[in-house]
Design a protein around this ligand. Structure first.
Ligand code: M6R
Length: 611
């Protein structure tokens, strides 16, 4: 939930750290800090700046001082223990201000450790769980920083990615991870330790991925990695094909708008990566044919927006592959002792591949001997490495906290996976697959035509941004898109929005509708078109304004709804990937009208690496 970075090299590093933090800011933005070690005439000095608020505050403070030095660490925080306050901001330091540390994660046993350290005379200045780490390193330091970190981590329960520096080791950073991501960026005469790759893409595209329990010792010319037993290990660098332009706004006002607009490309790339010469390809090693044929059940586990892609997956897999699919919130799955028949397939969906709840669900599934296939946008992410197989979305890095292009790409993967499972299970013919692939190939153009309605959606936002509550309704294949539409509106505009199956309204929620609570309805041409028209009549009769998403050319809905957004025709089972796009744009424009920071909504962080 926080972003961490470390630099060791020859350049003045304050601005390198700040720029890296800017790219990590989506992970947390309630406070931030930088510490730099400067060696002058064999004398080492540490300077540190921490500020409450987003990175602009830190940037301003940095512009007012000179911070020299070629070794440093930085942090952008999403508060868990201790409110956003300068003293709770990282880096944290030991009693003598000689050892500094940044941390992403939660130290669960910090209270007894803190008591023990206080009894030994350590002085604590913050309310954070993190501060025990740096005092423990201080307590255990003899003359080797790696050893001190290793001994510290033996005492710790919880999750962490840390970077530590010390005045006594002016050329060295020590990092470690457990349940929170950390990678080493490999440069020429310089190296980086960082939460994720996009933060340092302007310096390198070569990375070493740090695995569970590993400790890494980094100097400007050398990287040594130790496994959890202290054995030195060798790793092959991973070369990413992401480039820096993908992590920049390129003239758009916000990352979110840029990412919404990138959807035709993201979805097309994702389609192309999995379809070759009209055939869907998936490695036998990612999902063995025997498992597909014999599977008794499929579970989808995910959180937030990825969970809604999971509901789309359920609809199409059950339709085409004729196998039962349960969709379970990952944070619940791990604790409900799920009954997983043997053999079963678990599809874990996570754009970041670092969501702790989803990773914990993957571990639970593996414990129960299920085959885990992860759908992720990040190769080499933790979820990918802990799963049996992977299917990737090719959306490029997504920086806006609210997911958009990764979601539609997840939906594309879900469609392709459903058709592939159906083929292997013999529930679909080759001709049918070819027919559906033709439809899916046309999806990017249809998304593009929806995006061309941007101005119209902006006008609608002008009308609708004044309402304090919204209800979103849909049925059958329309339901996951309204769930996502309501979540998008909530998270970036802070307007209360709920999504319901339209037929459920009369069982309670209809009591809420009225002049102050408009209804957004998905009414595409489909097998349940007349049913949803009846549901719209019901809410209209109670005085609600209705904003309908309907198929181009539908004249009936124009006479019924107050406003209509037209979407191109597509078979109902594939409609979610189109319907969700105007709902993203609607949420975006409403949030902009209300003056909200869409890229960094309050209380949220892009990657949730805590429980
Ligand atoms: O990286 P993941 O897909 O695992 O993230 C899951 C959720 O945290 C994420 O989708 C969240 O709901 C976003 N804020 C949605 O916009």
């Amino acid at each position: 939930m926080c972003g961490i970075i470390g630099y060791v090299g020859e350049k003045d590093c304050a601005s390198i750290l700040l720029n890296g933090l800017k790219r990590l800011e989506y992970r947390g933005y309630d406070s931030s800090g930088i510490a730099v070690l400067n060696s002058v005439n064999d004398k080492n000095e540490i300077s540190m700046i921490r500020r409450v608020g987003n990175l602009k505050k830190l940037e301003k403070a940095l512009s007012e001082v000179e911070m020299k030095g070629s070794l440093g660490i930085g942090h952008t925080r999403w508060a868990t223990h201790g409110k956003p306050h300068r003293l709770n901001a990282h880096p944290h330091s030991d009693c003598k201000n000689e050892i500094l540390l940044v941390h992403n994660g939660i130290i669960e046993n910090y209270e007894p450790l803190r008591k023990e350290l206080v009894l030994k005379g350590h002085k604590f200045v913050s309310e954070t769980d993190t501060e025990v780490l740096v005092h423990l390193v201080e307590e255990l330091y003899k003359d080797d920083l790696v050893e001190a970190v290793k001994e510290t981590l033996k005492r710790v329960e919880g999750s962490y990615a840390i970077v530590v520096m010390s005045i006594k080791c002016p050329n060295q950073l020590v990092g470690a991870r457990y349940d929170s991501p950390l990678v080493v960026g490999l440069g020429d005469d310089e190296n980086f330790l960082v939460s994720d790759m996009p933060a340092v893409l302007e310096h390198t595209n070569k990375f070493l991925i740090i695995d569970q329990g590993e400790i890494v010792n980094v100097t400007k010319g050398k990287v040594e990695i130790y496994d959890r037993n202290g054995n030195k290990i060798n790793k092959k660098p991973y070369k990413t094909n992401w480039d820096i332009s993908l992590a920049e706004k390129e003239g758009y006002e916000d990352f979110m708008l840029k990412e919404i607009m990138e959807q035709p490309v993201a979805v097309r790339e994702t389609y192309r990566a999995h379809v070759y010469k009209h055939k869907i390809s998936l490695d036998e090693s990612s999902l063995p044919l025997e498992i597909i044929k014999k599977a008794k059940k499929i579970f989808v586990i995910a959180c937030g927006t990825s969970l809604f892609a999971g509901f789309v997956a359920k609809g199409v897999i059950e339709k085409f592959a004729k196998i039962t699919v349960d969709v379970v919130t990952a944070s619940e799955f791990r604790y409900m002792n799920p009954i997983i028949p043997d053999p079963s397939i678990i599809i874990a969906i996570s754009q970041s591949g670092e969501t702790l709840d989803t990773i914990a669900g993957i571990r639970e599934a593996k414990k129960k001997k299920a085959w885990v296939l992860v759908v992720s946008n990040v190769m080499e992410s933790s979820a990918v490495r802990e799963s049996d197989g992977a299917m990737y979305t090719f959306a490029g890095p997504e920086i806006g906290v609210a997911a958009s292009k990764t979601h539609t790409s997840q939906i594309m993967v879900s469609y392709l996976l459903a058709l592939y499972l159906a083929k292997i299970r013999g529930t679909i013919t080759e001709d049918e697959i070819a027919f559906h692939l033709e439809t899916l190939k046309g999806v990017p153009d249809k998304i593009k035509s929806v995006l061309d309605n941007h101005d119209k959606i902006k006008e609608l936002a002008d009308i609708y941004h004044k309402f304090p509550n919204f209800i979103f309704i849909g049925r059958k294949f329309g339901l996951p898109a309204v769930m996502e539409g309501a979540l998008k509106l909530k998270e970036i505009s802070y307007i209360h929005a709920e999504a319901y199956p339209a037929g459920e309204m009369k069982h309670g929620p209809i009591a809420l509708v009225g002049e102050n609570c408009p209804v957004v309805a998905i009414v595409n041409k489909s097998s349940i078109y007349s049913k949803i028209i009846s549901n719209i009549n019901e809410v209209k009769a109670r005085g609600a304004s209705v904003l309908a998403l309907a198929t181009i050319g539908d004249s009936k809905i124009k006479n019924l709804a107050d406003h209509v957004i037209e979407v191109p025709e597509i078979p109902e089972e594939f409609s979610a990937i189109i319907n969700v796009v105007p709902l993203q744009l609607f949420a975006y424009e409403v949030a902009k009208k209300l003056g909200c920071n869409v890229d960094q909504p309050r209380n949220l962080a892009k990657t949730v690496t805590v429980e």
